[in-house]
Design a protein around this ligand. Structure first.
Ligand SMILES: [Zn+2]
Ligand SMILES: [Zn+2]
Length: 556
């Protein structure tokens, strides 16, 4: 039996490894004595200034060093920023994985792709599970993916409630609604700490319900002669359900397009969480004409991802769909910060094809899954925690969430804004910080292998400053130039100017290299260094750029 204690020797330690200071990368370790739980294991989608980086996962070194003490990994819901790094967490520290049916359904698919085995255990709202010295109570919350959970974790030092991503959405159907009564009951019993989602803290009021998108979709279906292509996150099953229902009512067939959309739809259909009769669905191959010409197509790629189905459609290169006049594309998602330009280009390309495009800037075709200020205050009022730790968001969101809580009446010494790697020790007697631990990011490329920071730095350097490759052939005996150097440049100036500059640089190199003392001429390493420094200086002076110079010195 778990009992609360008032002596300071027993405390919970919170160690955020990601998600406190950025959007995504959610991963937080909760510790009591020698027992660890990991809450979520998410990825961060790479920003545009990291060329060639496919995904970013938390550095799980801290976990790996304590692998034998990890009792379980708890997943709040099935978004990539909460489950996308699960296979890496499991490699660092294998442990049973707990989550709701849909969350585990999505996670299972990802783990299979990576060939990682896991012991998956289903959480059902209202049914607590014992994990080591902890007892975990899953609580249903409303979010843009179904089967999302908040978790009330009983520890010997008190109860910690993790909100997961949530909004209150009191008008949602029962299986999508936040169980506010359960949250209030925890408030009555006493909660040591609340970890609460900060994503939408800059939005006033209450976040709207999912049904708010229905009228705009009805209008689109009514006025569109051809196909209606709807792009949302492939995990947004409540949205997909509403769109599919409207399609069926309008006697339009439904199709799913794009690997992630197809995969997730299959998982949700299998679990009975997405309801669509077999006859209402058509395969992507029959979207060309007939009934397919009026289909409602749920398609992945709302973020303008370059290889997604919608991007291929927008440039007329998709195998099954050639969109054009008469078709409407609905972008039913907001652009994740960093993706705005890609999304904007996507919209322009679709208009260029003659499609009509409807997006959250022009119609209410998206509502957020995250609670706004009043949702956050309501959660706080119901849970009434001793301590609040804002989670999920950039530092500015965490800081504003802290202010909001203080305005709502929580004493400021009870609110703790922490960042990745900070360690908070919380007990009924007090809260304090402990020395920071290592927390960072691991960059992965398409093949999921690790990329060194320096590689990304080089790519960024190349993309902004260009490259110069001088080819120098010298006589092995004398060290003198065999022929004038050749210089290839890319990305510095336009072609004509580049050729002119290269000629000048060739003359400069010839003089500088042959004018050196013999022993320096005979050392290829010194020659390389000299070529590099001469050209760096030359191009900096003439172009105000610092191109990467890669000398090739050959001896003949
Ligand atoms: Zn999230
Ligand atoms: Zn989420």
């Amino acid at each position: 039996m778990i009992r609360g204690s008032t002596d300071d020797t027993t405390a919970v330690r919170l160690v955020p490894l990601g998600g406190l200071g950025e959007f995504g990368l959610n991963a937080l370790v909760l510790e009591w004595e020698d027992h660890l739980l990991l809450l979520d294991a998410g990825v961060l989608f790479p920003p545009a200034e990291m060329p060639g980086v496919d995904s970013i996962v938390p550095d799980f070194e801290y976990l790996a060093e304590r692998a034998s003490r990890l009792r379980g990994i708890l997943l709040t819901h099935g978004h990539e920023d909460h489950i996308g790094a699960l296979s890496y967490a499991l490699q660092a520290a294998p442990a049973p994985v707990y989550g709701s049916r849909l969350t585990l359904g999505f996670a299972r698919k990802r783990l299979q792709e990576r060939g990682v085995h896991a012991d998956l255990r289903t959480l059902v709202p209202g049914q607590p599970v014992e994990i080591g010295p902890f007892r975990v109570h899953p609580i249903r919350v409303a979010h843009s993916v179904l089967d999302s959970l908040a978790l009330a974790i009983e520890t010997p030092a008190g109860v910690v409630v993790a909100s997961g991503d949530f909004k209150i959405d009191g008008a949602a159907p029962p299986d999508e609604r936040t169980d506010v009564d359960a949250l209030s009951q925890w408030g009555d019993r006493g909660v040591l700490a609340l970890l609460s989602d900060s994503t939408n803290v800059e939005q006033p009021g209450l976040t709207g319900g999912e049904d708010a998108v229905v009228p705009a979709f009805e209008q689109v279906l009514e006025r569109t002669r051809g196909r209606v292509l709807v792009s949302c996150f492939a995990t947004s099953i409540p949205r997909i359900q509403r769109v599919a229902d409207l399609a069926v009512r309008a006697l339009r067939p439904v199709a799913f397009l794009g690997r992630r959309m197809l995969d997730n739809a299959e998982v949700a259909l299998d679990l009975g969480l997405l309801r669509l009769s077999e006859g209402a669905r058509i395969p992507p191959g029959s979207l060309g004409g007939g009934a397919g010409g009026r289909a409602v197509v749920l398609v992945s790629g709302s973020q303008g991802e370059p290889l997604s189905a919608l991007s291929m459609i927008s440039v007329g290169e998709h195998r099954d769909v050639a969109a054009g006049p008469g078709d409407t594309v609905v972008l039913s998602a907001r652009a994740i910060p960093g993706n705005e330009r890609a999304v904007s280009r996507l919209i322009s390309n679709l208009f260029r094809l003659g499609c009509d495009v409807v997006h959250p800037g022009t119609a209410r075709v998206h509502v957020s899954g995250h609670g706004s200020r009043e949702d956050l205050v309501e959660l706080l009022r119901r849970v009434r925690p001793r301590y609040l730790v804002p989670v999920h968001g950039e530092y500015r969101m965490l800081a504003q969430h802290a202010r909001l809580a203080v305005d709502a009446g929580l004493p400021s010494d009870r609110v703790h804004v922490a960042e990745d790697g900070d360690v908070l020790r919380l007990s009924p007697c007090g809260a304090r910080r402990e020395p920071r631990v290592a927390a960072g990011r691991v960059l992965l490329d398409r093949g999921a292998s690790e990329i060194e920071d320096v590689v990304v730095r080089d790519r960024r350097h190349l993309s902004s400053e260009g490259i110069v490759v001088p080819i120098v052939v010298v006589d092995r005996q004398t060290g003198r130039l065999e022929s004038p150097p050749e210089i290839v440049t890319r990305g510095i100036v336009d072609a004509d100017e580049a050729a002119e500059l290269a000629q000048e640089a060739v003359r400069l190199l010839a003089g500088a290299l042959d004018g050196r003392p013999t022993e320096e001429r005979l050392d290829p390493a010194l020659t390389r260094e000299r070529v590099r420094s001469e050209l760096r200086r030359f191009y900096k002076r003439r172009t105000q750029r610092r191109p990467m110079v890669i000398p090739v010195v050959m001896e003949v």
